[in-house]
Design a protein. Structure first.
Length: 685
């Protein structure tokens, strides 16, 4: 009898499947005791995972050999034994099961960037073959188990960005092969164990953002292979050990924001391999040595700000030939800024704010001319120093890449150069609180990348140029406390990104342009106070639906408060004091649910105090020196005399006792509703 071809093909297929299963039983022996150990260790780990929103562990079941499960890697010599478990960034939540200690061949355990909680199991210390342990970016708590020190082959230990507490166990120093350690962004306390100085294979060492105390162990100077040492944002005290100067492979040294004191050891300046030296936010003293850059041929970043350093900036700083970022702000440096700084062709940022640097004669400003050679310069900040004299016109020749120019709080005189429009990349211009005179150059309208302009508290005059309206990227314009005259240019309404406008304390006249009141980009404030504006308040003010504060105080504004004011939906502060406003407080103001401060003092407002004011969340109310009459409410802001001022309204009565007002001699409630009752009677008849 002949067998049909279809049946023959089925038999052949079954034979192939049977053969595959037979071979698989040799490669992955299901009943092996070692196999079961790893299998059940993994299943126990899975059972401790309570959240797996993406089903990443769906394959972890008996239908598939465990060496084929997601994230599981098995060895070549022992194909059924797990050597690596890689489950990073899978959004897993739950605990780390101690059963992982049964994966005795495990060399790599990486569970970073999940939502794991609980403590790190002490049992992990039994993983004698473990080389790589990464538990970073979870929510693990408790202490670092001292048993980790038993992992004698451990090379990489990452536990950053958790909620680990307790101290650093000195037993970790028993892991002689450690090369990378990152315990940053936890709540670790105590001191750095000096035993860590014996880890001569250590390359990168990070304890950032913890609560470490005590001093930096001098034994760390023995880590001759160390390239990165970063212990930022702790509470370390004492001095920087001179022994760190022995780290001739060190590339990055970051000790920012501790309580370190004393001088920077001279030996630090001999680390020729350094690319980044970052020591800000300490209490370091002393001066910068004149030869500080003799060995710093590779230094790229120098951050020493927020310390107590003094003396002059060495002219030899030019020997740090590749230096790109210099931040020395908020120290006590004196003397002139060396013109040799212009030799730093790679300079991107020069931040010298908050020192006592001087420029008393024109030659002291030569550094500006020298900086013209720094064609990559992006940030120049010289604010809060003792720079005097006329601002050099060469400042307009600075790099076309210059984004930030800060010269504020100096004694600079003269005027802004007319050619300032050549700084085409300028985004921030801050020259406030100086002795700057003259007008705002028309060319400022060519700086189309400007986002922030602050020329306040100077002696500038003339009209505000309409060319400012070209600055459609501008977020902040601050021109207060000058002597600007004329009208507010309506072209300012073209600044569709404007969030804050301050033109207060000038000599501006005329109307408030209604076009400006339509700018929905306003989110911070508009301040036109202390001028001579003599119009009514435009009803378009209600279009400012995102603004937080409106200040129109001390002008000559007349008419009534627009009823459209309730369009300012997130308004927190409204200041209309010191004007000629008349009429009553509009009832629509009661819709300003977020209003916290209201000043209507020194106007000619009249009528009764609206009852809705006592239902608002006001923290401050000033309606003094008006012509209000009737009974003062007693609830809300009216119940606290320190939060309200109603003086200068002789027709008021009642209120809480400590206002010391006369008693009301009429039925105020009846008076408030008298007109309404008449209307009801008329309709009834």
């Amino acid at each position: 009898m002949t067998i049909p071809s279809t049946a023959m093909s089925k038999i052949f297929s079954l034979l192939i499947i049977h053969l595959f299963l037979l071979i698989s039983s040799f490669i992955f022996p299901v009943k092996s005791s070692n196999n079961e150990t790893d299998l059940y260790a993994l299943l126990s780990f899975k059972s401790s995972i309570h959240g797996d929103p993406n089903g990443e562990l769906f394959s972890w079941n008996h239908s598939l050999h465990h060496c084929l499960w997601k994230g599981v890697v098995c060895g070549r010599r022992h194909p059924d034994r797990v050597t690596a478990l890689n489950l990073d960034s899978l959004q897993l939540s739950g605990n780390i099961s101690p059963s992982l200690t049964n994966l005795t061949f495990l060399q790599r355990l990486s569970l970073s960037n999940n939502y794991l909680t609980g403590s790190i199991p002490e049992e992990l210390g039994r993983l004698s073959r473990l080389k790589f342990l990464n538990l970073s970016v979870n929510s693990l708590n408790g202490n670092i188990p001292s048993t980790i020190g038993n992992c004698s082959n451990l090379e990489v230990l990452f536990i950053r960005n958790n909620q680990i507490q307790g101290t650093i166990p000195s037993q970790l120093a028993q892991c002689r092969d450690l090369s990378l350690v990152n315990l940053g962004a936890n709540f670790i306390t105590g001191e750095i164990p000096p035993e860590f100085g014996s880890l001569n294979k250590l390359v990168k060492f990070s304890f950032d953002y913890n609560n470490l105390t005590g001093s930096i162990p001098s034994s760390l100077g023995n880590l001759t292979n160390l390239s990165v040492l970063t212990i930022r944002h702790n509470s370390l005290t004492g001095t920087i050990p001179a022994s760190l100067g022995q780290l001739q492979h060190l590339v990055n040294l970051l000790l920012n924001f501790n309580n370190l004191s004393g001088e920077i050891p001279d030996s630090i300046y001999n680390i020729s391999s350094l690319l980044l030296l970052s020591l800000p936010g300490n209490q370091l003293e002393g001066t910068l040595p004149s030869n500080m850059c003799d060995a710093f041929s590779n230094l790229w970043d120098l951050y020493l700000y927020n310390n107590q350093l003094k003396g002059s900036i060495p002219s030899s700083i030019s020997n740090c030939s590749v230096l790109a970022y210099i931040e020395l702000h908020y120290n006590s440096f004196t003397g002139i800024i060396p013109s040799t700084i212009g030799s730093l062709k790679n300079l991107h940022l020069l931040e010298l704010t908050g020192n006592q640097l001087e420029a008393k004669k024109p030659s002291d400003w030569s550094f500006i001319e020298a900086l013209v050679n720094c064609t990559a310069l992006e940030v120049l900040n010289l604010g809060s120093n003792q720079l005097q004299g006329i601002l050099p016109s060469s400042i307009v020749n600075l790099s076309s890449t210059l984004f930030h120019l800060g010269l504020f709080m100096n004694e600079i005189s003269g005027s802004l150069p007319a050619e300032i429009g050549g700084l085409t990349s300028l985004g921030d211009l801050e020259i406030y609180q100086t002795n700057l005179e003259g007008t705002i150059p028309l060319d400022i309208g060519k700086l189309l990348n400007l986002q922030w302009v602050d020329l306040s508290k100077n002696m500038m005059s003339g009209e505000i140029p309409s060319s400012l309206g070209n600055l459609t990227s501008l977020n902040v314009l601050i021109l207060d406390s000058n002597s600007f005259e004329g009208r507010i240019p309506m072209e300012l309404s073209n600044m569709q990104s404007l969030e804050y406008l301050n033109l207060s304390s000038n000599k501006l006249r005329g109307e408030i342009p209604k076009e400006i009141m339509i700018l929905t980009s306003f989110s911070i404030a508009i301040d036109l106070s202390n001028n001579y504006l003599n119009s009514t308040i435009p009803p378009e003010i209600g279009k400012l639906k995102n603004i937080g504060k409106i200040v129109l105080s001390n002008n000559r504004l007349s008419g009534e408060i627009p009823s459209t004011i309730d369009g300012c939906q997130v308004l927190e502060g409204l200041y209309l004091d010191g004007n000629l406003l008349q009429g009553t407080i509009p009832t629509s103001m009661g819709n300003l649910k977020g209003l916290k401060e209201l000043d209507l003092s020194n106007n000619s407002l009249s009528g009764q105090i609206p009852q809705f004011l006592d239902r608002m969340n006001l923290k401050y109310l000033n309606i003094s020196c008006n012509d209000f009459n009737g009974e003062v409410p007693t609830e809300g802001v009216f119940s606290n005399a320190s939060e309200i001022d109603i003086r200068g309204n002789p027709k008021l009565c009642g209120g809480v006792p400590h206002m010391h007002l006369p008693n009301c001699t009429f039925n105020s409630s009846a008076q408030r509703h008298h007109s309404r009752k008449i209307i009801i009677i008329l309709f009834h008849n």
